[in-house]
Design a protein around this ligand. Structure first.
Ligand SMILES: [Zn+2]
Length: 115
């Protein structure tokens, strides 16, 4: 994957497979993992990183009452303005059940054009 130009940074499109809104530069959809036709041209590899990854497992012990859960995701900017807020999933957790939750933020360097 080539480096992105700064003026194209953050551009989005809709995955043709699952309709998720994804980065225009994505070579594969992070939601359905489908490969995309309009991948960025081959060039110098962009510096990619995972600046945030959080995982946790919730479980209910035998005999514990069921609980309902909501996995909520929000993104705020430097002023605290909420840019995005989504309910990722809901469900119930009963005795002897568990759910594993993972949040990952992936990042790719953008070509600043010498600035
Ligand atoms: Zn998809």
């Amino acid at each position: 994957m080539s480096r992105l130009r700064a003026d194209a940074a953050g551009a989005s499109r809709t995955c043709p497979h699952c309709r998720a809104v994804i980065l225009a530069s994505a070579a594969a959809c992070p939601a359905c993992r489908g490969h995309l036709q309009y991948a960025a041209p081959v060039g110098p590899a962009a510096a990619r990183s995972t600046p945030l990854q959080v995982e946790a497992t919730l479980q209910r012990a035998p005999g514990e009452a069921p609980v309902e859960y909501t996995m909520l995701l929000s993104i705020r900017d430097e002023r605290g303005v909420e840019l995005s807020r989504h309910v990722v999933g809901v469900g119930a957790l009963r005795a002897n059940q568990q759910r594993h939750f993972r949040l990952t933020v992936e990042a790719a360097e953008v070509d600043s054009g010498g600035r």
